[in-house]
Write a protein that binds this ligand. Structure first.
Ligand code: UD1
Ligand code: CA
Length: 511
């Protein structure tokens, strides 16, 4: 089978989109992690055209910048003040190299579900039949304000008549056109053209219609009058031709896109417990037998390995998650979670978090710019920012990496297999060497060398007889007295004990 690659795709995106009621240009609104225009450009690229042009006018600078950001080699074509899809197309052609021959596809920037596969099929059908124009059409109960597909007595495509023009013809009592308003077959606005026919026909198209616009659809009648084959090719998957005009349609198409994306992942071997509450962006990849639990959003350019568990109630965005990892009730962005690592519940991973293989970030832990080594654990109630934590290290409950002095951020290093006792503050910049300890409750400001324990807290002193003197008559005093009587001998003495209270084992919580 020969492959059919169009000479160019022209995406029309110059329209205003006033019904969006938004300060954001319509085609920049997003569903499934891409802008509407991003979806259109993605589909266009899948048809492997030599050139891709996007026609812009409304909010020109923002839309053009977005095009450049998505695709360096896409051509931005400016539409002038002449309105209409025909003029937009003409401006697109003018931005393409001279002397282009073959097929040009025309699509729209606000039709996000159109698949690249459909454009490939359109190109193939068009080129195999040697047509001058092939457009996608569909039959519905009520074609609304779409352009109507007018067929001749033999059922061949004769022309496209815009709804408003069909209404006017009927009101004028034109017998040849009085039925057009009721035609149920509509023009989806997605076309393949022979570029030479298109160029020539557009020169002849005027603006004498209800909207005063230069209609692209007028090309069909002209091409047919020239004796060229024009074809309406039916699409069955209507959602692929749906445009976004307001925020209700934006949500509806976003939901439908998500349904399709999630279904494809399931067909590829992902276990999705509840597709209805699972949101997966279009560019996400997920490995086989990974389980996605309810209430989970997997966003941006996230990649997830095989046999991982994500969710419930988790949002990961632009993350890389390894095989067999578990991420539960977590919010994570721009984080790298190694194979078989565990995260959550109730963890917040901010950009620059790297968790090594088999490592752990546990409940109520927030991390940022933190490189946590393989097998290292930050299990409970910790803020860990601007840190490097070595392999197998353990960070006790409630540890704070104090990285900000009010002016600048500083780095903390905890070495391999080191152990930070609970409720410690590591005041950056500071380094705990490999194989070192920090005593619980310490505020560490200076380096702790290998093999040392750093202790930085007030010594404990016990004051004998305090309860009896200061809380006489309370239940506490009674309990103290009973305990003292029960113990053999009376070793109580007044004063402060001599021994320092450096622990032989730190009171770090084990997980
Ligand atoms: C057009 C078709 C109509 C078809 C419908 C499908 C024409 C004359 N009519 O309707 O038969 O049923 O699409 O949705 O082509 N645009 C420009 N510049 C312009 C005007 C529009 O770039 O001057 C772009 C818009 O941004 C949009 C697309 O063209 O992406 C379609 O414009 P829109 O006004 O929605 O379509 P209609 O002209 O109403
Ligand atoms: Ca219009």
């Amino acid at each position: 089978m020969t492959s059919h690659h169009p000479a160019a795709v022209i995406i029309l995106a110059a329209g205003q989109g006033t019904r969006m009621k938004s300060s954001i240009p319509k085609v920049l609104h997003r569903i499934g992690g891409r802008s509407l225009l991003g979806h259109a450009m993605y589909a266009a690229r899948q048809a492997s055209p030599q050139h891709l042009a996007v026609v812009v006018r409304h909010e020109r600078e923002r839309v053009a910048a977005h095009v450049a950001e998505l695709d360096q080699s896409a051509i931005v074509a400016d539409q002038d003040e002449v309105p209409g899809t025909g003029r937009a197309c003409e401006c697109g052609l003018a931005a393409l190299p001279d002397g282009l021959t073959g097929t040009v596809l025309v699509t729209m920037g606000d039709v996000p579900l159109l698949a690249g596969e459909t454009l490939r099929e359109l190109t193939r059908v068009h080129e195999e039949r040697g047509s001058a124009v092939t457009l996608l059409s569909a039959v519905v109960d009520d074609a609304g304000s779409y352009g109507r597909v007018v067929r001749d007595a033999d059922g061949e495509l004769a022309e496209i008549m815009e709804f408003k023009d069909a209404v006017r013809r009927r009101e004028a009592g034109d017998p040849d056109y009085s039925h057009v308003v009721d035609i149920r077959e509509f023009n989806a606005g997605i076309y393949a053209f022979d570029v030479e026919v298109l160029r020539r026909a557009l020169e002849q198209v005027g603006q004498a219609n209800e909207q005063g616009e230069k209609y692209l659809t007028d090309v069909i009648k002209i091409a047919r009058e020239e004796g060229r084959a024009v074809v309406a090719h039916p699409v069955t998957d209507l959602m692929q031709t749906e445009g976004v005009n307001d925020k209700v349609q934006l949500a509806a198409l976003g939901k439908e896109l998500n349904r399709r994306v999630v279904e494809q992942h399931m067909r590829d071997g992902v276990i999705v417990v509840d597709p209805a509450t699972t949101w997966v962006d279009a560019d996400v990849s997920i490995g086989q037998d990974t389980v996605v639990r309810p209430g989970t959003q997997i966003l941006g350019a996230t990649t997830i390995g095989a046999e991982a568990t994500i969710g419930p109630d988790t949002t990961v965005s632009d993350c890389e998650i390894g095989d067999g990892a578990s991420v539960v009730r977590t919010q994570a962005e721009h984080a790298l979670i190694g194979p078989r690592a565990t995260v959550g519940p109730f963890s917040y991973l901010r950009p620059g978090t790297v968790l090594g293989e088999g490592g752990k970030i546990g409940g109520f832990v927030e991390t940022k710019n933190a490189d946590i080594g393989p097998g290292a654990k930050v299990p409970h109630l910790t803020y860990c920012g601007d840190a490097t934590i070595g392999e197998g290290a353990n960070i006790g409950a409630g540890t704070i990496f104090a990285n900000y002095d009010g002016v600048a951020k500083h780095h903390t290093t905890v070495g391999r297999h080191s152990f930070v006792g609970s409720d410690s503050v590591l005041v950056a910049p500071v380094e705990i060497a490999d194989g070192a300890y920090v005593a619980a409750g310490s505020t560490i400001e200076g380096r702790v060398e290998p093999g040392q324990i750093g202790v930085a807290r007030a010594r404990q002193r016990n004051v004998d007889g305090w309860v009896a003197r200061r809380r006489a008559g309370t239940r506490t005093a009674e309990a103290a007295q009973a305990a003292q009587e029960a113990s053999t001998g009376d070793d109580g003495g007044e004063g402060i004990p001599e021994s320092a209270n450096v622990p032989d084992d730190t009171t770090t919580q084990e997980s």
